[in-house]
Design a protein around this ligand. Structure first.
Ligand SMILES: [Cu+2]
Length: 180
């Protein structure tokens, strides 16, 4: 019996070491729960052409679904009041919903993901009819994800927001691909 204990301990430590190693050529932006607050968690930079994967690590049945939506910088809500009015006409959360074909009666969307501009993460949208790239996580399952290459030009900073929780915001700077 005693001989089993070290074996189990060894198994335990092997399990603990299973943090996924970073995949070269890919960065991950996570939707997470930090204490009681939902947030985006990801790196500050990405290379042009690199895969950017977005993963929902929260349970939509508990905290609601999210969107990862590229928007023009000036449209990120900055105050509590702006967060509250975000899902009203002329504000960015409602614009994002429209990009997705949101029907207020059925509460369903018909477009997902929204592919704006060139393929990949490239295009920031606004409230004046310009759609941005956007993904809706879905409402039932934790762990849904999307991966697309970053096709925005180096030197650009991508700003993003969640249309469901407008305080969820983030940015990532696009760097020139390193010479190999
Ligand atoms: Cu959210």
């Amino acid at each position: 019996m005693a001989a089993l204990v070290p074996a189990l301990l060894a198994t335990g430590s092997a399990g603990a070491a299973e943090t996924p190693a970073p995949v070269p050529g890919k960065v991950v932006e996570k939707m997470v729960l930090k204490g009681k607050k939902m947030a985006f968690e990801g790196p500050e930079t990405v290379y042009e052409g690199e895969e950017l994967e977005v993963v929902n690590e929260t349970n939509p049945r508990q905290v609601g679904p999210h969107t990862f939506s590229l928007v023009e910088k000036g449209l990120l809500p900055k105050t509590k009041q702006a967060e509250k009015s975000c899902f009203t006409p002329g504000h960015i959360c409602m614009s994002i919903a429209k990009w997705h074909g949101f029907n207020p009666k059925t509460k369903k969307i018909t477009v997902n993901p929204v592919e704006a501009g060139p393929a990949g993460w490239s295009t920031a949208g606004n409230n004046k009819g310009k759609k941005g790239d956007s993904w809706f996580t879905g409402e039932t399952k934790k762990g849904t994800r999307i991966s697309e290459p970053v096709t925005a030009k180096a030197g650009t900073t991508l700003y993003f927001v969640c249309a469901v929780h407008p305080w969820m915001q983030g940015s990532i700077k696009v760097l020139p691909k390193p010479a190999s």
